[in-house]
Design a protein around this ligand. Structure first.
Ligand SMILES: Nc1nc2c(c(=O)[nH]1)N[C@H]1C(S)=C(S)[C@@H](COP(=O)(O)O)O[C@H]1N2
Ligand SMILES: [Mo]
Length: 344
């Protein structure tokens, strides 16, 4: 996604040209590692960042909203979901190397956390509409009303980087049940936060069709893997990871999992999606992780697994990101050998 640069404007640098290790060596990370009260005098190490104000977050873990519910953390790990072949990614990597276009600003696209200061996800509401019972749920109340669990999942971005993350949250099926969809609902659409005054990317990157929106077939949404994350690494979500709520669909590319969801709609017809609307020849509706379907501009046969500061490892990409046994029945037509760049 990062290389969909339709109208670069202020965006000088292509983030994909930045290696993770170069990225992680920057001031922000050094500071996050607690290596310093490194003051403003070292700002020049921070590449071409804007001057930061005294209220800016100090590091990528300083962005957990104060009023996020804390009851139930850390939640018990659900042992059904293991990632035996990989280590858990360092939480500083997971919270400092992000895709969240609502916040993009000058400089590095992946460096989201310094731009989150104005965003206040709590209090917030989740509205339900379309073919369902019309409702408005207070998100903090919703989080307090569910049994939180922890799930360790592989996470694969379409840009071919991957991480392993212990998410806290609850099954999407639980939320859908609460929405009371009508029998004729076959798809579910998710719409994300729309607050240009708090989200610099929404304010300035006006060529994107804000707010971010995504969609699933109902059978996909009800699969047991589909998860509503409210936290990670035993704590509530930092803003840049999608506070107050985000979806995690570990067999799909990361962009199918909307962050900062504030509305759910049920529909009879397949909904449009953000990246498909922007680049229909590159991003389909299903977007399942599949090493046999290359992106039109790069291979998906392997990925850069990010583990800790400056460390990445080439790994083979697994069918449905390693979740074949959970989801294969949903996709009988998925290619199991090299298929060429077909968009699904
Ligand atoms: N609202 C919103 N959700 C989003 C995105 C976004 O830009 N806006 N980016 C997507 C992409 S491309 C990825 S890879 C994941 C990144 O999640 P992470 O930064 O928490 O790892 O969020 C997805 N959800
Ligand atoms: Mo992504």
């Amino acid at each position: 996604m990062a290389n969909i640069i339709l109208r670069p404007g202020w965006q000088i640098k292509e983030s994909r040209a930045t290696s993770l290790s170069a990225y992680l060596n920057r001031r922000a990370f050094v500071k996050a590692m607690g290596l310093g009260s490194i003051g403003l005098s070292t700002m020049s190490l921070g590449c071409s960042q804007q001057a930061r104000s005294a209220t800016d977050p100090d590091g990528p873990l300083d962005t957990i909203p104060d009023d996020a519910p804390r009851e139930g953390y850390p939640a018990p790990r659900n042992p059904a979901y293991e990632v035996p072949e990989r280590v858990i990614t360092d939480r500083l990597v997971t919270s400092s190397y992000n895709n969240f276009y609502e916040f993009i600003n000058q400089g590095d696209l992946k460096r989201v956390w310094p731009h989150t200061e104005q965003y206040n996800p709590f209090p917030g509401t989740l509205t339900v509409g379309g073919l369902a019972e019309k409702q408005t749920l207070d998100i903090a109340d919703l989080i307090r009303s569910v049994d939180l669990e922890e799930r360790l999942y592989r996470f694969r971005c379409v840009e071919a980087w991957s991480i392993t993350v212990p998410w806290t949250g609850f099954p999407l099926a639980k939320l859908i049940e609460r929405c009371k969809p009508r029998n004729n609902a076959r798809f579910v659409k998710f719409i994300c936060v729309n607050r240009p005054e708090e989200l610099p990317g929404q304010k300035h990157a006006h060529w994107y069709p804000w707010p971010y929106f995504e969609g699933l077939r109902m059978d996909e949404a009800l699969n047991e893997l589909a998860f509503v994350a409210t936290g990670l690494y035993g704590e509530p979500l930092p803003k840049q990871n999608g506070s107050p709520l985000r979806l995690v669909l570990p067999w799909k590319y990361g962009y199918k999992g909307p962050k900062a969801v504030v509305r759910i709609e049920f529909a009879r017809r397949q909904p449009a999606t953000f990246w498909n609307e922007l680049q229909p020849r590159e991003y389909g509706f299903l977007s399942n992780v599949n090493p046999n379907i290359p992106h039109p501009r790069w291979s998906q046969a392997s990925e850069r697994f990010l583990s800790t500061e400056g460390v990445e490892e080439r790994m083979p990409t697994m069918m449905f990101n390693g979740y074949d046994e959970w989801v294969q029945e949903l996709y009988p037509d998925a290619p199991r050998s090299y298929a060429g760049p077909i968009i699904r």
